[in-house]
Design a protein around this ligand. Structure first.
Ligand SMILES: *[C@@H]1O[C@H](CO)[C@@H](O)[C@H](O)[C@H]1NC(C)=O
Ligand SMILES: *[C@@H]1O[C@H](CO)[C@@H](O)[C@H](O)[C@H]1NC(C)=O
Ligand SMILES: *[C@@H]1O[C@H](CO)[C@@H](O)[C@H](O)[C@H]1NC(C)=O
Ligand SMILES: *[C@@H]1O[C@H](CO)[C@@H](O)[C@H](O)[C@H]1NC(C)=O
Ligand SMILES: *[C@@H]1O[C@H](CO)[C@@H](O)[C@H](O)[C@H]1NC(C)=O
Ligand SMILES: *[C@@H]1O[C@H](CO)[C@@H](O)[C@H](O)[C@H]1NC(C)=O
Length: 181
């Protein structure tokens, strides 16, 4: 009797776990877009609000000021469907990044929200917090939550630089969002 009910319990739990993971898999979302980060030019989408400017004339590349260590930027960057700035607007990335490495590399700390304006994600957002060593080919940052259809979600964002012109960059993003349940 005890054995039978334990077995039943086990089968039930296994069934629930399987159906939850099936639902998670079914509703795991993958969103791809390009972010346009332009700290230079007459209409910058990212502005430095604290810290030293990047000193591109420093030749000793162990000098942290070459990368502007300690600087903080606020951004409001367009997210588009293709690398073309005039392609379909998917949303905007709003938040902060700080130049956070003293070493001979440009590494950012990012705290930002991707607000989506297109399709079924319109009005929903995900928030990302993490380290972004921009010289690496692929950077991974955790998705720590969201709103709307992404409420309580988790996930990860993979970022890959598509092009860079001085300090202006187009970054390809591939974001995987897993529902909470
Ligand atoms: C999965 O997503 C669909 C549509 O996006 C929604 O209707 C459904 O309720 C979701 N499933 C769960 C278990 O939340
Ligand atoms: C940049 O670094 C050079 C060499 O160290 C220095 O002479 C110059 O004043 C610095 N420029 C700024 C804007 O800090
Ligand atoms: C480069 O800068 C570091 C730190 O300021 C210093 O220790 C080093 O001697 C410098 N190297 C050269 C070749 O100037
Ligand atoms: C995007 O559109 C604007 C305004 O129509 C235009 O000035 C700009 O050259 C376009 N950019 C690209 C990359 O096509
Ligand atoms: C997104 O939602 C806003 C507010 O509800 C609406 O005005 C807008 O037309 C929607 N955009 C798209 C592309 O569905
Ligand atoms: C995006 O990421 C997902 C999950 O890691 C992966 O399956 C997919 O191939 C990636 N797509 C691109 C275009 O990188």
């Amino acid at each position: 009797m005890a054995y039978t009910s334990k077995l039943l319990c086990f089968v039930l739990v296994a069934f629930l776990v399987a159906s939850v993971s099936e639902a998670r898999k079914r509703n795991t979302t993958n969103i791809q877009f390009y972010m346009h980060d332009s700290p230079s030019g007459p209409n910058p989408s990212a502005v430095r609000v604290a810290g030293q400017p990047v000193n591109a004339t420093v030749s000793n590349n162990t000098d942290a000021s070459m990368f502007g260590f300690g600087s903080i930027y606020v951004m409001d960057n367009a997210l588009t469907a293709t690398p073309d700035i005039n392609s379909t607007l998917i949303g905007r990335a709003q938040g902060l990044y700080a130049i956070a490495s003293q070493e001979n590399a440009l590494s950012l700390h990012m705290t930002l929200t991707y607000n989506f304006v297109s399709g079924i994600y319109n009005g929903s957002s995900v928030s990302v917090v993490g380290q972004n060593p921009v010289m690496n080919e692929v950077r991974e940052m955790p998705v720590v939550g969201g709103t709307g259809v992404f409420r309580l979600a988790r996930g990860f964002a993979l970022a890959k630089t598509y092009s860079m012109n001085q300090w202006d960059a187009i970054i390809g993003y591939n974001v995987t969002i897993i529902p909470y349940y």
